[in-house]
Design a protein around this ligand. Structure first.
Ligand code: ZN
Length: 155
């Protein structure tokens, strides 16, 4: 009769693996090894889950806590300081710049700047640096996210 290794404790399995005649029972040896390695990944994913228990819940102009829309030009979004408070639920959140989005948005925005914004700005007789300013502003707006404050950070 085949022993059910899934019912063994991990130290019991390790002991069995050491004492088993591996050449006489290659299938059992493989089973024990597999059971042990599956337990190792379980432990790993368990601790990984703990690390990821805090979810920043990054939102595009929404409260990361209650997901109520927070307008780009709203008082809250333009409030000075790193930590802002949601006008709806009162929970704090911070702003972050998504670097990847920033890079991705840069090239199309640069094209728009070159062929659309710059000619308009020049046609209006304004300084072309205004066009660059508008471009940078739009990229920043696009790459900005609101995220939860990690209260447990640093503990
Ligand atoms: Zn909220």
């Amino acid at each position: 009769m085949e022993p059910n290794y899934s019912k063994y404790s991990t130290p019991e399995l390790e002991q069995t693996l050491q004492s088993i005649d591996q050449s006489a029972f290659p299938e059992r040896t493989a089973e024990i090894k597999q059971e042990l390695s599956s337990r190792q990944t379980e432990v790993k994913s368990d601790s990984a889950a703990k690390n990821e228990a805090f979810e920043a819940n990054e939102q595009f102009y929404r409260c990361p806590n209650c997901e109520v829309k927070i307008g780009l030009f709203s008082k809250t979004a333009n409030k000075w300081g790193k930590v802002k408070n949601c006008p709806d639920c009162g929970e704090p959140f911070t702003t972050t710049i998504k670097f990847k989005v920033f890079i991705l948005a840069f090239f199309p925005m640069f094209i728009i700047h070159l062929f659309l914004l710059k000619p308009i700005v020049l046609a209006l007789g304004l300084n072309k640096s205004i066009s660059i300013g508008i471009m940078c502003g739009i990229i920043t707006v696009l790459s900005m996210r609101f995220k939860r404050v990690n209260v447990g950070a640093g503990t």
